[in-house]
Structure formats: C-alpha cells, structure tokens
Design a protein around this ligand. Sequence first.
Ligand code: IPM
Ligand code: MN
Length: 357
Amino acid sequence: MATHNIAVLGGDGTGPEVVAEGVKVLKAVASKFKIGLDFHYYDFGGDRYLKTGKIIDSDDINELRKYSAIFLGAIGHPDVKPGILEKGLLLRLRFELDQYINLRPVKLYPGVETPVKDKGPDEVDFVVIRENSGGIYTGHGGATQVGNEHEIATQVMVYDRFTVDRCLKYAFELKKKRNKLDKKYADKPIHLVHKTNVLTFTGDLWFRAYNEMGEKNYPEFKRDYAHVDATTMWFVKNPEWFDVIVTENLFGDIITDLGAMVQGGMGIAAGGNINPEGVSMFEPIGGSAPKYTGKHVINPLAAIEAGRMMLDELGETDAAMAIQKSVANACTKMKSQAAGKMGYTTEEVGDLVASNL
Ligand code: IPM
Ligand code: MN
C-alpha cells in the first residue's frame, strides 16, 4: 500500500476548523479503501506571522516540495494588512511550486439552492481552468511619483506562449476526459474566455494559441470563445452552455467567485492549484471568515470537496467518487449551505459525510 504524505496548512480563521473536517473524511475514506494517508501539520498563517514576523521561507517551501500534496484551509487575518499573507504565503506557494493550473469545478449538487432562477444540477455542471502562474499576478509594473497628484502606476498582464500553451493543453486534455465520461459533456464545446476586443496583444496570443492547438491536436472538439464580461452574463442566463472553460489568471479569479455563487455559495466551492508534474495544493475557495471562527457554524463541505479533488489528483479515483456521493447525500439533508444556517454544526456535517461513505 503506497502512502500519500499530505502537508496540512490550516491557516487562518475558520481554515483549521474546515480542514479538520476534511481530514476526518479523508481518514474515513482511507480506512475504507485501504489507502495510506499521512498528515503533517504546519502553522503558517496570520497568527504565526504576528507572533514571529515569519510567513514562509525557502526552507519551508523546499520541505513542502517533498509531499504528495498540500491541503490548505484559508489565508487572511483581520490584524494583518491585506496583501501580506496573500502574496507572502498563498501566491508564493502557487508560484514557487509552479501550480500553473487552478482547477475550479462549478457543480450544483441536488438539494443545494442556487440564486440562479430555474436552473438546477443538470444546468450547472462545468469546470473553470484558471491559468495560475502568469498575467497580472506576476507583479510586473511599478509606481512613480507616489503620493502626488501625478502619481503613475502600472500593473502589467504578462503572458508568454509557453505559459499559455501548457495551460491550454491541460484544458484540452481535461475536455477529452470529460467527453469520454458522459455524452452530455461531449455535446458541449470547450470555451476560451478572454477580452480579445480590447486586449489585442495578450488576448490575441491566447486566441491564436487556442485555435492552433485545437486545430492541430484536438480537431474533433467544438471550440468556442466568449468575452469575459459576456461570460458573467452567460453564467447566470445560460450556465448549461458550459463544460470546460479555460481563461487567464485574473479573469479566472473573478468568474470563479461568480461560479461559486451559482453552485450554491462559498460553503461548497473548492479548487485545486495543480502542478501536473509536481506538488499540488487543494483549498476551499472561500476566505478565512474570521467572524465565524470557533463558532462551529462554518460549512466544511468546500474543504471536504477540496480533499476529494486531492484524492482524485493522487489517482485515488474510487475513494474520491465515494466522497462525492456522500457530499451529494449530505447536501440533500442540510437546510442551507450558508454558515450558521446548515441545520448542523461544522463537526456534524463532517460526521454526516464521513459516516455515509
Ligand atoms: C483566490 C483568491 C486569491 C487570488 C487571493 C486571496 C490572493 O481570491 O484564490 O481566488 O486572487 O487568487
Ligand atoms: Mn479569488
């Protein structure tokens, strides 16, 4: 029995609470499916930073490189200026571990309420592949004359062909997998989302690379394209149009918050920061929700779902499927996916999923 060594980074706020439920479910599924899972805990985050001034250093990162995967709770502390932990911890890990794919499923489970009128699980079942290593997030740019009335600031959307191509390849390959899984996916096109009508340089690079790769290596797929602004409209009006969406970093960040709402809220939305050749990191999409910390009301399903994605990536597909079924079952019993309104405590939701695997 091969053992997967997992680094657990609970992080800030409710992060450790939801991660604890995720670990509970992972341990239960591991014993059922005879999978070796070893958990090693790290206290990176806001509290540690406030106490020691340390966020994470290159030795820490090199240590994390040795794991099979990283399971992350949430980053963000009310007493730490916004940006410090986000850049110093979350983004640093994504960049240094070259997790160039941010995979964010938007799937509405039966029994979960969506704010989108007249849409149900049949209509909301797609994935967003957010490029996770380039774009505006790279920090290219600068500011001069800071503080005076002529202050200038730039922040540049940087892309190179290599970065675009490796992301597109992942997206096309995922589309191939999903098409084989179900005809309902095969009937839908893959979508590139950008803003080519204004971003005539980076948009053009993405657009050409997408069509060239599609034509050359995946000629059997229907390819579609949508502007990012229109995409927000389609998410609400016609979510059933989508199966696999591939997009650049910032656009992906923005549309996946909308996607999370469409699938029932931050309580259930999970994502994976994936390096297909290296160490990947899985996390609930929602933040650290400081006001709910320690109140036993936060929804752990997003973290449990992140754990499921982690097992899937580790090749433990049967165990991942079992978690998904149990999560779907839990959704039909919960009153709501919102914190404090679930009809269960955080721990009870974890128990519900763990006991029905
Ligand atoms: C996300 C978050 C992060 C991002 C922040 C916290 C840096 O919004 O994971 O979507 O912008 O990527
Ligand atoms: Mn975001």
